[in-house]
Design a protein around this ligand. Structure first.
Ligand SMILES: [Zn+2]
Length: 471
């Protein structure tokens, strides 16, 4: 029997906009710009791992150079498309900034950018992980962005937009790539399994999606790694990764909540024999706590669980710096059990409307919070003054206030709707930092039951921001 399966991640890499799923907002804006001949000089794609940034950059590059576009997609048949797909189109230059951080690499790039394209319509530079460039390299890049030759386009991609200098960012058109929902990843994996004749059940796919932290490419790789005789089972994945049953995870949380030191010690001994992977174990604990926080109705326990979540998240950040990760886990769980979660002794008291907050910023929007929470705090409705709201934001982030002044708004019941007419401004309103500031300020102004939503209105088209911010 041959075990030389084809590489699924490569096979199922999208080659046109239709097969790039979930980034509807980005796709619509890009398509509109391209089909109306308004191709920008420089784009920056921002998003976490595996959200399709590099794939989209490649499709965009192929599109820009395609000689006969078809329904807004590259034709895959003209000489430029064929050359590009065979990695032979010299005019598309991909640079991984993580391994080419120096100023010399960028100088080379600038030198080559001065020459006309060989066969394509444009020279296109795709710079992946652009935040990794050195200061000197950024300065060199800035120089060419300030006066770009007309035959050059840039597509920058980054997971950490805050590390990209403002001077660079302001010269690019920004697109935020959203994290793909667990269900959507599982759906995509299911399609792959069907066409590859792989037997699998949904629970295994959901587990893979979670382990891959919603990065599609990583999920497909995990799928491949766990393929045994054309079948994939949840048990096999759990066994390979030394994962423990949910019952044990629940036991750990109960052990902390009850402050039962003896029970926790027994549990830790058992865990040490299981050779768990601490990173995955803590991730699973955090996911379980997250689910708990949506269903827990006892406010005292709810607050304790939030605190456990916070302590474990902090610990998670230390894992990669710790030589003995199990020791770190042991100490954290023992400390938590020995009285670390008394809500009255919390260093930071939760705001009065704490249960109304979306407990975890990364929580998928489709999860609804249970009715019990909305009942415990009566909805506060105050007169809402947008100008005062913007004034308060100015104290915290003047640049954001400037953007908001240029932004339209309307209030529908308890939803503040921000309406932009500029893609750039709209993009800036949606950065995690700015979203947090808007949410915090709104909460301060009108209480925790309000939502806000961002809309982009361009030439009569309204693009609704996919995420309705609920907190
Ligand atoms: Zn073509």
């Amino acid at each position: 029997m041959s075990l030389s399966y084809k590489n699924l991640a490569n096979t199922y890499r999208p080659h046109d906009w239709e097969s790039v799923v979930w980034q509807e907002y980005t796709k619509t804006i890009l398509r509109n710009a391209l089909t109306s001949g308004r191709v920008g000089t420089a784009y920056i794609f921002h998003g976490t791992r595996g959200t399709g940034k590099t794939t989209s950059a490649r499709i965009l590059a192929e599109w820009i150079n395609c000689l006969s576009l078809r329904d807004g997609n590259p034709c895959h048949e003209c000489t430029n498309c064929i050359a590009f797909e065979n990695n032979a189109l010299l005019d598309v230059i991909e640079i991984d900034a993580a391994s080419n951080t120096g100023v010399d690499n960028i100088r080379d790039l600038i030198d080559s950018a001065r020459f006309q394209p060989n066969q394509g319509k444009y020279k296109i530079y795709i710079i992946d992980e652009v935040h990794m460039l050195s200061k000197g390299a950024f300065n060199a890049l800035l120089k060419i962005l300030e006066e770009p030759p007309s035959h050059v386009k840039f597509i920058l991609a980054t997971t950490e937009i805050e590390k990209v200098p403002e001077t660079i960012r302001s010269r690019t058109q920004r697109f935020d790539f959203r994290r793909i929902a667990q269900e959507d990843i599982a759906d995509q994996l299911e399609k792959i399994c069907t066409s590859e004749w792989i037997q699998v059940d949904r629970s295994a796919l959901m587990l893979i999606a979670r382990l891959a932290k919603w990065a599609l490419r990583d999920a497909i790789t995990l799928l491949e790694q766990n393929r045994v005789n054309d079948a994939i089972t949840r048990e096999h994945i759990m066994h390979t990764l030394s994962m423990v049953d949910e019952a044990i995870l629940k036991n750990v949380i109960q052990g902390i909540l009850s402050g039962d030191f003896g029970r926790m010690k027994d549990l830790l001994v058992k865990l040490s024999h299981t050779h768990i992977q601490v990173r995955i174990f803590v991730e699973e604990l955090l996911f379980l706590l997250r689910d708990d926080l949506y269903s827990e109705t006892d406010m005292t326990i709810w607050k304790q669980k939030v605190q456990i979540f916070d302590v474990l998240t902090e610990m998670y950040g230390k894992i990669k710096y710790t030589p003995d990760t199990f020791l770190l886990l042991e100490m954290t769980l023992l400390k938590l059990t020995a009285g670390g979660v008394n809500p009255s002794e919390q260093k930071v008291a939760p705001p009065p409307q704490a249960p109304e907050r979306k407990p975890i910023s990364e929580a998928p929007p489709e999860v609804q919070k249970p009715e019990t929470f909305t009942e415990t705090v009566s909805p506060e409705k105050k007169d809402f003054s947008f100008s005062q709201f913007v004034a308060r934001i100015r104290e915290r982030k003047p640049a954001l206030a400037l953007d908001l002044k240029e932004t339209g708004f309307r209030v529908e019941n308890t939803t503040l709707i921000l309406i932009s007419t500029s893609e750039l401004r709209h993009g800036r309103l949606m950065t995690p930092e700015h979203r947090a500031i808007i949410q915090d300020t709104l909460r301060e102004f009108v209480g925790g039951t309000w939502k806000y939503q961002t809309l982009l209105e361009i030439e009569g088209n309204t693009l609704k921001d996919a995420v309705d911010e609920v907190f």
